[in-house]
Design a protein around this ligand. Sequence first.
Ligand code: HAM
Length: 428
Amino acid sequence: MEVIKAPRGTRDVLGDESWKWAHVLDVCRKTADDFGYSEVLLPIFEHTELFSRGIGDTTDVVEKEMYTFIDRGDRSITLRPELTASMVRSYLEHEMRRMPQPVKLWSAGPMFRYERPQKGRYRQFWQIDFEILGVSNPMSDLETIDTSMEIYRRLGLTNLQVLTNSVGCPKCRPVYREALKSFISSSPGGLGGLCETCQGRFDRNPLRILDCKIPRCKELTESAPSMIDSLCDECREHFDSVTRGLSRIDADVRIDNRLVRGLDYYTKTAYEILAGELGSQNAVCGGGRYDNLSEAIGGPHVPGVGFASGIERIVLTLEGQGVYIGKKPEIDVYIVTASVDAAIEASALAHELRSVGLAVDLDYARRAMKAQMKHASSIGASFVCIIGGDEMASGAIGVKNMKSGEQMSVPRSETAARIASWGEEMVK
Ligand code: HAM
């Protein structure tokens, strides 16, 4: 029988990597506190309708990528492909409109999308997600971009590029849709010059054609009219305020007229942050404004703006840029024992050492002392405490400094203090 493996598009994040994730989450949490976002923990599955109405029926996410199933109560349930719709649902469900506005929320956790897996693209991936709900002022758009860039700055990431655009609103977007459609129809290749997917998008979601990576679609839309030229006065003013504010952010910011996001809830501002180290899946962050999402899921008008960033992609970028984020935590002390009685003594010593803040591990496999010493060295322990026959008789502990090789006998009652002070000296 073949050993069962993890499903395609999922991955185990093992000990040599998971500490980097913990570091990313620590930085996010601290930044969230400094910017006034409070953390919410949201369900991993929701009613399918939340996403089909919130994200949009004609998006790739809803049409092709959702993990949807009927539960035992005959309800259609979907593993969340993103967090924004859930954030807005939670805001409405808990009547956060009654709280002082805006409400700033953040969350992190696994998302699920049935995509074609490749480097930086998985079927289960983690996002951090930050949202500002209840205000339509363009300065809140700016605040979300500032939040993401501050997280990346604190993590030590550089060479990021911020792309922004405005996708308009229900008033001006139809004007642009028509302009784009008539441009495509009257271009030399016409509609038939587009790839099959884009031909399908022509009537349902023509803006997505601008996002197609296939060369002949890119070529055909190269000189397409710019979305910015079709914006209504309100959207234009909003866009101008955001771009003016962005000029003070210390980042490489570009306006990208072709930037359309894969989720239908966006209005006005849309942005992405790219990292060259990621290859073809180069977006480390995506976000924007979604003033009509609340209404789409049955609520009142609640403007909102936010972003999400993939943790796998953040870690890949950290590694690609060779950013030093500290070391994998190591064991300070490994306790080697010679007998059952010594092992009982070791358990008490381990407890004492851990209570003063040292990371301690010990042998439970009853291996020979030589094998235990070898294990201590292989896990990178800084010190080994030895409890052999002599130590049991004398009440002392043998302590070996694994870096210098120095070994000495220390009274049992002084072991914790001695190791702690040697540890401090080693750090100096
Ligand atoms: P999104 O662009 O679909 O936006 O995803 C945001 C980020 O999640 C991407 O930039 C990328 O870093 C990561 N990501 C997306 N799909 C995958 C995948 N299959 N594998 C690995 N990482 C992935 C949203 O999800 C919106 N909810 C963002 C938002 C928040 N807009 C407003 N508020």
